[in-house]
Ligand binder design. Structure first.
Ligand code: NAD
Length: 248
């Protein structure tokens, strides 16, 4: 059991086919007690129930600093500590450069970047007091290659910002026993991407991927499990690519 009795908070984890939910499942299978945060409390609670007994679902809009703090306090009140935070919540918009208006920019950067900052700030005091913790930040291959298939340039910018923020946090928090790492998924079939993929497009995309297929949420969940657990005890400030070789 890699995460036995560890308290693991995952943002944006209510979406049934999402990376967050798959990560929640893998953490629960490894003995973790999972707290699912998402926009809708009903969906978050249902997702937590799906994992079995002892898990928690709470509403939390990660763009709202007070909401992040309140969620962290509720977790600490119920479960007493926070061992793992996965900053997974994210949205994308398939826009071209000149189509991006202020509201688009704010919406996309707020969830990925502001959300990562606010939720991390909310749990860091408890992790510091424990002198241990692992924070995993969800970036994207879009940050590295300057665009994905569905994300606009503002999405690439937000996800590149996540990489910088995670590395800066890793530097500052290492002395407190807190590790911070990032995951950069390639094209993973979830609700963000799934509905937009025809069979032809999927086959076309797969041709450009050395491992010959698109990713599934479990592929990313396994990298998160490694980073959350003591298997990665000497890993901080790192970026793990989970993209089937899309970017080599
Ligand atoms: P998804 O849409 O299935 O899940 C995203 C979740 O985030 C949803 O449950 C949504 O309700 C939640 N969310 C949105 N705004 C929120 C907010 N303000 N506060 C709290 N929760 C919020 O998408 P996914 O594909 O599972 O994506 C998960 C993460 O992985 C995202 O950060 C995404 O950018 C990243 N990512 C996905 C892919 C891919 O191909 N699917 C590739 C690279 C990176």
């Amino acid at each position: 059991m890699l995460l036995k009795d560890r308290i693991c908070v995952i943002t944006g984890a209510a979406s049934a086919r999402g990376i967050g939910k798959a990560t929640a499942r893998s953490f629960a299978e490894q003995g973790g007690r999972v707290v699912i945060l998402d926009l809708d409390v009903g969906q978050a609670e249902a997702a937590a129930r799906d994992l079995g007994a002892g898990h928690l679902g709470l509403a939390c809009d990660v763009t709202d600093k007070a909401a992040c703090r309140a969620a962290a306090e509720e977790v600490l009140g119920h479960l007493g500590r926070v061992d793992v935070l996965v900053n997974n919540a994210g949205i994308t918009q398939p826009l071209k450069l000149m189509e991006i208006e202020a509201a688009h920019y704010e919406a996309v950067t707020d969830v990925s970047l502001r959300g990562t900052l606010y939720m991390s700030q909310a749990v860091i005091p408890a992790m510091r007091a424990q002198r241990s913790g692992s924070i995993v930040c969800m970036s994207s291959v879009s940050a590295q290659r300057g665009g994905g298939i569905f994300g606009g340039p503002h999405y690439s910018a937000a996800k590149a910002g996540v990489l910088g923020l995670a590395k800066a946090m890793a530097r500052e928090l290492g002395a407190d026993g807190i590790r911070v790492n990032s995951v950069t998924p390639g094209l993973i079939q979830t609700d963000i991407t799934g509905g937009k993929l025809t069979d032809e497009l999927r086959a076309e995309i797969a041709k450009g991927i050395p491992l010959g297929r698109l990713g599934v949420a479990d592929d990313v969940a396994k990298a998160c499990l490694f980073l959350a657990s003591d298997l990665s005890a000497y890993v901080t400030g790192a970026v793990i690519d989970v993209n089937g070789g899309m970017l080599i």
